[in-house]
Design a protein around this ligand. Structure first.
Ligand SMILES: NC(=O)c1ccc[n+]([C@@H]2O[C@H](COP(=O)([O-])OP(=O)(O)OC[C@H]3O[C@@H](n4cnc5c(N)ncnc54)[C@H](O)[C@@H]3O)[C@@H](O)[C@H]2O)c1
Length: 324
């Protein structure tokens, strides 16, 4: 059984990847400082509590377990906070990652899978974003992720470290089991906020702008189920091991849904007519943002399985019976 170190594995996306790795015959080893993650999300898997900044600890782990590859999810993820406190983001999302990469090179760990983001593209020049789109982030969070993408290109050339960069659009939904799901503090993502409103935990859900040039005037985004992201990670890892070639992929469903559409489907699925408030546009929100994931579909043989109904059903199931 091959050991995969999952850094940030106690977080939302990492914990779903941990579960799928185990289902597919890998041995995930979780490394997380639990600053944002949840131990309950990775119950039953080997767990090492530690910080990315601690190179000695990372080296010890590389020596203790025979690690085949590292999957890296650990980061701070709030765009607004990154604008207010960029130092916090550059330290955690860049310099500590550099630390991890150095430890990998020193210990001859050859493969790295990196969580990047659609935020590396910045202001979008076209509605469907493929891998050739210009990357010009507009906030420190996006910058921090793009910096690591560049570091990875240089580490490949200089030290032969091979990586897969996976740029997610809007991660959403929860595992079908209802045992793990999305739990951020604060929660800024739209689907959990809609469902927390349905559950009576928030007073209302705000729509920021109904005057966008879209069919119903609300912003359109691409929602991709967290287990579809997990399957892409494993396919990307297998491709990396097979080809020994670094690569980048945009991961989304390729289908855009508007905020108003999401709210309508959420009302149908929950059976609750929760309160919706219309407010003016927020700064910096593009009207439409949808992934072109043709490359991942063709090259990784990846096909997302969850549609919007399943995303909302699994997220609602989690919201009603949250374990953490
Ligand atoms: N959620 C999304 O929609 C989305 C979209 C695009 C990209 N991403 C990227 O995916 C990754 C995972 O996102 P998520 O939603 O699961 O976030 P999350 O906050 O749920 O998980 C991140 C995990 O990393 C851990 N962590 C953070 N800093 C650490 C450090 N210095 N040392 C050790 N552990 C540390 C946290 O405790 C947490 O468990 C992030 O890198 C994020 O930028 C997420």
């Amino acid at each position: 059984m091959e050991n995969i170190l999952v850094v940030g594995g106690a977080g939302y996306i990492g914990s779903h990847v941990v579960k799928m790795l185990a289902q597919q015959g890998y041995q995930p080893i979780v490394f997380d400082n639990l600053s944002k993650g949840h131990l309950a999300a990775v119950k039953g898997y080997p767990f090492e509590k530690g910080d990315l900044g601690d190179k000695t600890h990372l080296s010890k782990i590389f020596q203790k377990y025979s690690i085949k590859a590292v999957m890296h999810f650990a980061a701070f993820i709030e765009v607004e906070e990154s604008i207010e406190d960029p130092s916090k983001y550059y330290h955690n999302n860049v310099s500590r990652v550099l630390n991890l990469l150095d430890a990998m090179v020193e210990n001859n760990i050859p493969y790295f899978v990196f969580s990047s983001t659609a935020a590396t593209f910045g202001n979008f020049k076209q509605e469907k974003i493929d891998e050739t789109h210009l990357q010009l982030p507009i906030n420190p969070y996006g910058n921090s992720k793009l910096m690591v993408e560049k570091i990875l290109q240089d580490f490949d050339k200089a030290y032969g470290l091979k990586s897969m960069v996976l740029r997610y659009f809007n991660a959403s939904g929860a595992d079908d089991s209802g045992q793990i799901g999305e739990s951020h503090t604060p929660e800024t993502h739209l689907i959990p906020r809609i469902l927390q409103t349905a559950a009576g935990k928030l007073p209302s859900i705000k729509i920021f702008g109904t005057d966008y040039p879209t069919p119903d005037g609300t912003c359109i985004r691409d929602y991709i189920h967290v287990n579809d992201l997990a399957s892409a990670h494993i396919l990307a890892l297998e491709k990396l091991v097979q080809t020994h070639q670094s690569d980048q992929f945009n991961l989304g469903s390729g289908i855009g849904y508007s905020v108003a559409q999401l709210i309508k489907v959420a009302k149908e699925i929950t059976g609750i007519d929760f309160k919706v408030e219309i407010t003016p546009r927020r700064k910096g929100d593009p009207a439409v943002l949808v992934a072109d994931s043709t490359k991942a579909r063709d090259s990784l043989n990846w096909a997302p399985k969850y549609n919007l109904d399943r995303i909302l059903e699994t997220a609602w199931n989690w919201e009603k019976n949250r374990k953490y």
